[in-house]
Design a protein around this ligand. Structure first.
Ligand code: PMP
Length: 455
């Protein structure tokens, strides 16, 4: 028996693996795409077929697959130690990476707390914000126990991060398990929840956030948002100035701001961090996904001296932050992250991104001519193309038509791997993808949409 036989692997995948965010009844009826290798912008399956990676393997890949510098950094660290612990001990890569993260993130973020996934980075930010107010100035602010997030927010799949989530399809069923969270409207201009027109709305959604804060600030610990783009909700891009306004409101009402940069961090929006576009320094920042260039699981929650200082005291005072995951600050992952950040600098990646972002913008313009493309949202190297049953009324396609899914199956046949969010076609190209490859991604996407929804 050859255990690498594609047919056997397919059988065992269907028999044993339960895939995330996947309706398994549907999945097991289709042929799975089993990846064996990666090379630059390409994924290569067990039969040797090559596919452009149009979603950076779930929004993480920065410098391409199997990059020699990243491979080398991991192998060098592997020959020293694969894992120790940060509970009572320290390790070299986690120290060097923390120093680097403090240097490259917005001013004021001076302390780094490690974990291993975006959701854990968010859990940590929520718990830190909560405990900060419990302990600050002898408990004077103990009533600040609630959170505000946006409708359509996505911050991960653990109970805390789901509590601040706002996507009913994903989060609705867990409601009885969750803690209370106040929601402000999403800046979803294509389907404005306040039924305003983009041109003259005066950012009424931010006004709603202000109303919430005005009423509740004495019981609110923090506002959490995805800066610039609400990714999992379908790449909802906020209008310019929205993030800055949220920062101002948090400061005015004495509430912490948690920036969840898990999806938008590390170059995705064209700057190293999305907060930079609006000169915003949050009180807590969550990083994961692209932090290791997409190679190993790692996350970090950064915060300020002010937040950190509320946790200082004698052991018996009970101010310690009692939180820590076993693989926290894993040396292999930290070594990969250090090498990835070094590549950003060495290869001048951010400057090289600008023409690609413009190319995407130019080429996406032609997608408007397709009869069922309702909206096109782009921020840097993040794109959402919303397909609708009726362009005039913005009537969505019914879920049972599986339009997004059918488009990605067409794309796959043409050599492109993408993954939709319902009927929003998502493009998250590998950041080092060449212009020629990007053109191919766009051509295949256009054709696949046209085949499924008509020209
Ligand atoms: N926050 C945001 C904004 C995300 O997009 C995601 C993942 N898509 C997460 C948190 C959760 O990250 P992870 O899947 O690594 O837990």
């Amino acid at each position: 028996m050859n255990k690498y036989d594609p047919a056997l692997l397919e059988q065992w995948d269907k028999e044993y693996v339960w895939h995330p965010f996947t309706q398994m009844q549907q999945y097991t009826r289709e042929k799975p795409l089993i990846i064996a290798r990666g090379e630059g912008s390409y994924l290569i399956d067990v039969e040797g077929n090559r596919y452009l990676d149009g979603v950076s393997s779930l929004w993480v890949t920065v410098h391409g697959h199997c990059h020699s510098a990243l491979n080398r950094a991991i192998k060098e660290q592997l020959d020293k130690i694969a894992h120790s612990t940060l509970l009572g001990l320290a390790n070299i890569p986690s120290i060097l990476l923390a120093k680097k993260l403090v240097e490259i993130t917005p001013p004021g973020l001076n302390k780094v707390f490690y974990s291993d996934a975006g959701a854990t980075a968010v859990e940590i930010a929520l718990k830190m914000a909560f405990q900060y107010w419990q302990q600050k100035e002898g408990g004077r602010f103990r009533n600040k126990t609630k959170f505000i997030s946006l409708v359509e927010a996505y911050h991960g799949d653990t109970i805390g991060s789901v509590s601040v989530g706002g996507i009913s399809l994903f989060h609705g069923i867990f409601k009885p398990l969750l803690f209370e969270c106040l929601h402000a409207p999403a800046p979803y201009c294509y389907r404005c929840p306040l039924e305003k027109e983009r041109e003259n709305c005066g950012m009424a959604c931010a006004d709603r956030l202000e109303e919430l804060l005005k009423e509740h600030h004495q019981e609110v610990a923090a506002v959490i948002i995805e800066p610039l783009v609400q990714g999992a909700a379908g790449m909802i891009t906020a209008p310019d100035g929205f993030l800055r306004r949220v920062r101002e409101l948090c400061t005015r009402y004495n509430v912490l701001l948690i920036a969840d940069e898990v999806a938008v961090g590390f170059g995705r929006t064209g700057r190293l961090f999305a907060c930079e576009h609006e000169g915003v320094s949050p009180d807590l920042m969550c990083l994961a996904k692209g932090i290791t260039g997409g190679y190993l699981p790692l996350a970090a929650t950064l915060t300020t001296d002010e937040v950190y200082s509320a946790f200082l005291g004698k052991p018996e005072e009970g101010k310690t932050f009692y939180h820590g995951h076993t693989y926290t600050g894993n040396p292999l992952a930290c070594a990969a992250a250090l090498a990835s950040i070094e590549l950003f600098e060495k290869e001048n990646l951010l400057a090289a991104l600008q023409p690609k972002i413009e190319l995407l913008h130019r080429k996406l313009d032609s997608f408007w001519e397709l009869p069922h493309v309702g909206d096109i949202r782009q921020r840097g190297m993040m794109v959402g193309i919303e397909l609708v049953a009726d362009k005039r009324t913005k009537q969505p396609y019914p879920m049972e038509e599986q339009v997004g899914h059918r488009v990605i199956l067409e794309a796959r046949q043409r050599g492109l791997v993408i993954r939709p969010l319902d009927n929003v076609i998502v493009l998250m190209p590998v950041l080092t993808m060449s212009e020629e490859e990007l053109n191919q991604v766009l051509e295949i996407t256009y054709e696949s949409i046209a085949v499924v929804t008509g020209k």
